[in-house]
Ligand binder design. Structure first.
Ligand SMILES: Nc1ncnc2c1ncn2[C@@H]1O[C@H](COP(=O)(O)OP(=O)(O)O)[C@@H](O)[C@H]1O
Ligand SMILES: [Mg+2]
Length: 276
């Protein structure tokens, strides 16, 4: 789905990625973890082409649709449900074209495609996603300008989930969900039919909805198979092995050093200069 090749990226002279490479397999559900301020959100901007790499590149399957939660949450007269449904751009365009098209071949193509993308169940699907994110039926029909910033972010999240991109990018989605919404998202992602790449610090979410982890550390990206607990165990074992390796090397160095000292010929003391 996604190949990151020898990526180097600097922000104001500071290197966030240095020759970093990783592959995100098609269909994987991958958590993206690393300390705050190390460059996770920046990588998402690179993947979406908002910014360009200083060296290396990002290869994305050409036909793949990439989707992320819009930074600008909607705040207009359209209803919550309308905004979410409009997030599926292809469906919206086809519906508009169907109303004006006159060529019978094109009309037939449009209806075939609409059936293929399950367009007729769109409203029910959008409504179910909204319900999961905490919108009861009456609030789904409210104009988005009536909502607070947090609820508008939920609309944006529901929109990207509804549009079902081939590569779904989520940046800390639980920041704008309550516990119930988070539990719903866990389940939703676990059965999401395409690739998911999600920044999160939520251990439960990462344990329940992803099957691999990409770790950003020391400007490099490393792929681990398994959920968050597996990742942590693997890391712990690696560190123990490294420590053991270091202790062993130190022991060897000490033995070697003492045998070197023991075998060194004693140097004759320089004779004192005689007083004149
Ligand atoms: N537009 C920007 N201008 C300058 N520095 C930035 C900008 N965006 C992010 N940074 C810096 O880049 C680093 C990585 O940021 P970010 O990708 O948001 O980290 P993360 O998502 O891992 O917490 C941080 O130190 C941040 O302060
Ligand atoms: Mg971030």
């Amino acid at each position: 789905m996604l190949n990151i090749n020898n990526l180097t990226y600097r922000i104001q002279g500071r290197e966030l990625f240095e020759d970093a490479s990783v592959v995100l397999p098609t269909g994987s559900k991958t958590g993206f973890v690393g300390k705050n301020g190390t460059g996770k959100t920046t990588l998402f901007h690179l993947l979406q082409g908002h910014i360009s790499a200083d060296a290396g590149n990002v290869e994305l399957n050409k036909k793949a649709r990439i989707g992320a939660v819009a930074q600008e949450a909607p705040a207009g007269n359209e209803s919550v449900l309308e905004v979410v449904m409009a997030a599926d751009k292809e469906r919206t365009a086809l519906m508009a074209e169907a109303e004006t098209a006159t060529d019978p071949d094109r009309i037939s193509e449009i209806y075939t495609r609409l059936a293929d993308i399950d367009a007729y169940s769109a409203e029910a699907r959008a409504s179910s996603i909204l319900k999961g994110s905490g919108f009861e039926q009456d609030r789904q029909n409210a104009p988005t300008h009536e909502l607070s910033g947090g609820w508008r972010m939920r609309v944006a999240l529901a929109g990207v989930l509804f549009s079902q991109p081939d590569l779904l990018l989520l940046d800390e989605p639980t920041n704008y969900l309550d516990l119930e919404g988070t539990l719903w998202l866990e389940k939703y992602l676990a059965t999401y039919p395409y690739t998911v790449f999600m920044i999160s610090h939520d251990r439960d979410l990462l344990n329940k909805s992803v099957n691999s982890i990409i770790h950003l550390e020391h400007k490099k990206l490393t792929f681990y198979k398994g959920n968050y607990d597996t990742f942590e165990n693997t890391r712990r074992m690696q560190m123990e092995l490294n420590n053991k390796g270091r202790e062993k090397a130190l022991d060897q160095w000490r033995i070697c050093r003492s045998s070197l000292i023991a075998s060194r010929p004693r140097q004759a003391r320089p004779s004192r200069p005689s007083r004149a």
